[in-house]
Design a protein around this ligand. Structure first.
Ligand code: ZN
Length: 156
């Protein structure tokens, strides 16, 4: 298996709203596998379909051997918040502190086409929220304050 190419900022596709998945077919199952393979190849812990050039609502993540494969993921519950440094394969060399809920309940379609609700916390909750941001065209850059944008020379 070959890893897919990772789209990098400022690729326009990364800023797009992704389309929902209507049905899990062989194609989606294969795509989940491709995404996991590519994620691991580049030493990531999460990946969203737009990062490999597909504007569809699909994400994968793996933290502490817990693998998440979800289509149309949606946050239906959240609790507490903390701040942690985040990076992104599509925004190389940028690390910024982002505040997010520490515990979330995420609803979506699993790779068998079942509607599932998964409770997660800590790093996994953070990664999945980061990947859901990708599906809405949101990048870590969008969380930067003015000082951080200047530091990374992102002010035009
Ligand atoms: Zn990312």
């Amino acid at each position: 298996m070959e890893p897919r190419t990772i789209r990098k900022y400022p690729d326009k596709l990364l800023m797009k709203q992704c389309k929902p998945i209507e049905e899990i077919t062989e194609k989606e199952i294969e795509l989940f596998q491709d995404m996991l393979f590519t994620m691991k190849h580049f030493a990531g812990i999460g990946l969203a379909a737009p990062q490999i050039g597909i504007a569809k609502k699909m994400i994968v993540a793996e933290v502490d051997n817990r693998i998440i494969k979800l289509a149309n993921p949606q946050i239906v519950g959240m609790r507490r918040a903390d701040s942690m440094a985040e990076g992104c394969l599509s925004v190389p060399d940028v690390v910024i502190d982002i505040e997010r809920p520490n515990e979330v309940i995420v609803q979506g379609l699993d790779d068998k086409g079942n509607i599932v609700e998964i409770r997660m916390e800590g790093l996994l909750a953070r990664v999945v929220q980061h990947e859901i941001d990708h599906l809405n065209g949101r990048l870590i850059i969008d969380y930067m304050n003015m000082a951080e944008k200047l530091k990374y020379q992102l002010i035009k």
